[in-house]
Design a protein around this ligand. Structure first.
Ligand code: NDP
Length: 445
């Protein structure tokens, strides 16, 4: 790495001690940026990187709530408003016990580049809480969401900051959050949150968008080698929103998805995952993959273990950060892998990415491959602003065009900067240059 960048990186790491996921995301971006600074010395002179790595605003707040037995709980809420050079802060809320500032900052940092790549007018932000929704009743979830929004509402707005869902935050939670925002502000401000229900300002295709988009991105990568999803054997991690729709789209394109996972284990279904059953078990009943295996003849459940032990030609990690390490990557490669597209954010460790790149595997990093979700959120904002609602076909067509555009921009940028086929370099430089230009144009703020 360039010594000037190294110095900036070391300062950023020292200023943010203990935030290992944020460090990982920063290091990965810095490793790509050397050639940009050779061509654009103005970025160094304007301290663009130093400013980019320091969030514009970080909000941490108490979230008190009562469970069904009347016991009081206190969680911690976060919203990191990272960068607004291109538009209002935009990024999801994550409810998971692992959430702390370092996770919110890594996600918010990635979001800046991802949002820039979509070509839409959205800045980067992220938020969430260490609240664990698992096993909680609807009433408990509602009380938590209401308490969370009672603080968050003063920081957000359609021209300021527009949250959406992420792990543990789906349509149900967005509904409770929106209801509380409306009640406190006395405003029906549809554009303040995305991922809303269809009858109250949501967009068709938003639930499917991240998973569909990931597969569309992978399909574009495969095309560069004269291949497609048709006939591929696909392994997916996770079984939530992103995973389910990635499975559906891959199978629609002719692949067989033979495995998916949750935090307790994985299922193998050689006939191809039954998406309707998976959706019923995970989204409607909020059950476990053991329930799927019990109801699906020919499938089996493996408790614990790693879904990456299952042989496949395409891997779609759609669960969480750092779920695919160097050993798992090496195993996948030796089992005949040809492509990886990240539906999750930073699911591959740095050593896994090296293994894939050294083996010449097509590798689509999350900030490019999973950008379909936030892009469709931006389409939801457009519909809200014009009081319109588009058909499924029209919205899906827009999503497809956006994903193909992101793929092509990453590929062209990688070529331009001397790293053909390297989508990590293409995504990092493509996103960075756009944001850096806007930051310089807007002066020292
Ligand atoms: P969901 O909450 O719907 O599903 C998450 C899935 O991942 C579940 O199957 C869950 O298993 C599993 N999982 C979560 N944490 C862990 C863990 N620590 N170890 C193992 N498995 C885990 O979330 P989404 O599908 O929305 O999000 C998945 C990923 O996609 C995240 O990285 C998110 O940031 C990213 N993403 C999501 C977008 C969206 O639009 N929703 C947009 C862009 C990226 P279990 O049920 O057992 O907890």
């Amino acid at each position: 790495m360039d010594s000037r960048l190294e110095a900036v990186r070391d300062t950023v790491l020292a200023r943010n001690p203990g935030e290992k996921e944020f460090h990982q995301a920063v290091i990965e971006v810095f490793e790509s940026l050397g050639p940009v600074h050779d061509r654009h010395p103005e970025f160094l002179e304007g301290a663009v990187l130093e400013r980019l790595c320091e969030p514009e605003r970080q909000i941490i707040f108490r979230v008190p709530w009562t469970d069904d037995a009347g016991r009081v709980h206190v969680n911690r809420g976060f919203r990191v408003e990272f960068n607004s050079a291109l538009g209002p802060y935009k990024g999801g809320l994550r409810f998971h016990p692992s959430v702390y500032l370092g996770i919110v900052k890594f996600l918010g940092f990635e979001q800046i580049f991802k949002n820039a790549l979509t070509g839409m007018p959205i800045g980067g932000g992220k938020g969430g809480s260490d609240f664990d929704p698992r096993g909680r009743s609807d009433a408990e979830i509602m009380r938590f969401c209401q308490s969370f929004m009672t603080e968050l509402y003063r920081h957000i707005g359609e021209y300021t900051d527009v949250p959406a869902g992420d792990i543990g935050v789906g349509g149900r939670e967005i509904g409770y959050l929106f209801g509380q925002y409306k009640r406190i502000t006395n405003r029906y401000e549809s554009g303040v949150l995305t991922g809303k229900g269809i009858s109250w300002g949501g967009s068709l295709v938003r639930p499917e968008a991240t998973g569909y988009g990931t597969v569309i991105f992978a399909q574009e990568m495969l095309k560069t080698r004269g291949q497609s999803f048709d006939g591929q054997r696909v392994v997916v991690s996770g079984s939530g929103n992103v995973a389910i729709h990635a499975i559906a789209k891959a199978q629609f394109l002719g692949a067989t998805v033979v495995a998916c996972s949750d935090s307790a284990g994985y299922i193998v279904d050689e006939a191809g995952i039954d998406v309707a059953l998976l959706s019923q078990v995970k989204e409607v009943e909020r059950g476990r993959l053991t329930d799927y295996a019990a109801r699906r003849p020919g499938s089996n459940h493996v408790a614990g273990g790693s879904v990456w032990d299952v042989t496949g030609t395409v891997a779609l990690p759609c669960a969480t950060q750092n779920e695919l390490d160097g050993d798992a990557a090496a195993k996948l490669v030796s089992n005949g892998l040809i492509a990886v597209a990240e539906g999750a954010n930073m699911p591959s460790t740095r050593s896994a990415v090296s293994v894939f790149q050294e083996a010449g595997i097509l590798f689509g990093p999350g900030k490019a491959a999973n950008a379909g979700g936030v892009a469709t959120s931006a389409l939801e904002m457009q519909q809200n602003a014009s009081r319109d609602s588009w058909s499924f076909e029209h919205t899906e067509q827009r999503l497809t065009e956006i994903m193909v555009g992101i793929h092509d921009r990453c590929a062209a940028t990688a070529d331009e900067y001397g790293a053909p086929g390297n989508y990590v370099v293409g995504a990092n430089i493509g996103g960075f240059v756009k944001v850096a230009d806007a930051m310089l144009a807007q002066g020292l703020i």
